[in-house]
Ligand binder design. Sequence first.
Ligand code: S3P
Length: 424
Amino acid sequence: MKKTVSKNLSGLKGSITIPADKSISHRAVMFASLANGKSVIKNFSKGQDPRSSLEICKALGVDAQFLDETTLVVNSDGVLQAPAQPLDCGNSGTTMRLMSGVLAGQGFSSTLIGDESLSKRPMKRVIEPLTLMGAQIASVDGHAPLTIAGQNLSAINYESPLASAQVKSCLLLAGLNADGVTTVTEPYLSRNHTELMLKFMNADIKIDGCSVSVSRSTLEPREISICGDISSAAYFIAAGLIVPNSDIILKNVGLNQTRTGILDVVKFMGGDVEILDKKNVSGEDVGDLRIRYSDLTGCTIEDGIIPRLIDELPVIAVLATQARGTTIVRDAGDLRNKESDRIKAVVTELKKIGADIHETSDGFIINGKSQLTGGAELETYHDHRLAMSWYVAGLVCDNPLVIDGFEWAGISFPEFVGLFESLS
Ligand code: S3P
């Protein structure tokens, strides 16, 4: 599907509520399925990826029903059943990597499959450490389909070469069902929703800086209220800062420290971002954000902040085209392993509309401020975050911008266009 976006001439105004966090939604349904009893999940994401996790939990025998559009009731005895068919993770890396940790220690065999993009993404990062725990996983040279013959697992002490919440969470989930204490240490702290939710559900878990340990645990069911997704808010944050005359409020945004790298970066660039009404809900920090159009300057984004804004880098690239001076992104080589090679895609597509942007092995360099031209057709590479980032670019292009494959945005964030239109 092609979508045309035109320059916004009046500024974005008003207030919106940001829809549910996808990372937390995946974990909520998986962990509720592993708990013994009834959990109620409020504000479960409408995005396709968490819905893939939900369908897989159901295929494993869990009773999960919606009371309304986003309130999910999960009844489980904490014991999963052998699935009748391969388990379809769709486009979702989080589903495949976290579920492989759950399935490795079950008393049955199962197969995880995914769409074309997911089947090209690297799974050795979870297969190798799970194998050290005793898991038996067959793959196509480290790619899906993954056929997992459930085994008794033994704990490991794993030094992860990557700051990856998916790898960490996979091993912690396997560790819940393994003999001994499983410890995962990462080079920088990645998002810690798994740790917070396991704690909230009374698992035996210890957190010490970038190391986290778990032992065999039975999770307790809970009522979980899911906050808004800062990765979804990121498109509105960027647009509010670069569309002249904008002044918007984003409500119910998750402000977990391991996810707020974008706020640190935009403040450093001179962005007018105010946090209002901060509170803690179901173990996670939440607040409202006020964003106003700002005069931005470039900055360097590297090291430990990268995992705190990994999914926001495509829209930060758009933002950086509108900042004076040079923005350098480095240490972000894993961007090449996301739903697309996001380094190549961001550089190729933003060049088409007049950005001064250069590819490096582990990031990109942008010289601003550029007047973006538009009048071109940008590709989305089956990648929802690219589709939404190009939409934001279109709001400041001189000529209408055509986005080819815009349906990917709808799959991930069905409320996206409606929310933008309500601010215009
Ligand atoms: C996610 C972790 C991140 C992120 C992905 C969601 C999660 O991946 O890019 O969109 O929910 O754990 P990595 O942990 O592999 O960097």
